[in-house]
Design a protein around this ligand. Sequence first.
Ligand code: PRP
Ligand code: URA
Length: 209
Amino acid sequence: MGKQVIIIDHPLIKRNISILRDKTTPVNQFRDTVNELSTLMAYEVTKDINVQTYEIHTPLEKTEGYFVSDQIVIIPILRAGLGILDGFLKFLHEARVGMLGLYRDHRTHEPVEYYSNIPSGIENSVVILIDPMLATGGSAIMAVDYLKKLGAKKIKFVCLIAAPEGIEAFHAKHPSVPVFTASVDRCLNHNKYILPGLGDAGDRFFGTM
Ligand code: PRP
Ligand code: URA
């Protein structure tokens, strides 16, 4: 199965995305809302992870319990991806975390790598790559290229807002990596920002406008 785009448009997610879009939303509320939204998305993104059974004893009898048997590695693309991390860790107690630092050059709009710290064993892990915005797709493509080179086989890409142009470019390069998003917006503007979007995700989350 290829080129999957999963739009998670639960009513509470739609409500939270609206708060993020609003330019009058203050930075503390923006952070809290991203946090809540990512927890809701984590639930959907992890629906197919594998569990195994083990024996537990309730106060009354013996029964089967479940533990997560997949190894999970979450990789935020710095810096804005850090905003989504806590929401995922709330559910995925077992997950390990890697970091990939990329910024988009303001003139060329091309991603530039400046940091990476990826845990060992990603070739046998479910890798959840997180970044709030998929605009041109350049950053996500570079990140997946890099992770595949390190041996990652099962990768999911999670964002809050995607542009149609970004999805197309991403799936042209990585058709088997599913994209989970809360919204597919209209298009990119001449500066490669998503319309209507929410502006610069990193600046709004870290208050650096
Ligand atoms: C933003 C965003 C993505 C990238 C998306 O990061 O968080 O990483 O832009 O754009 P693309 O799809 O066109 O590559 P930015 O480069 O602004 O860096 P920051 O997170 O450090 O603010
Ligand atoms: N990066 C952002 O933070 N926002 C956009 O709209 C596009 C790229």
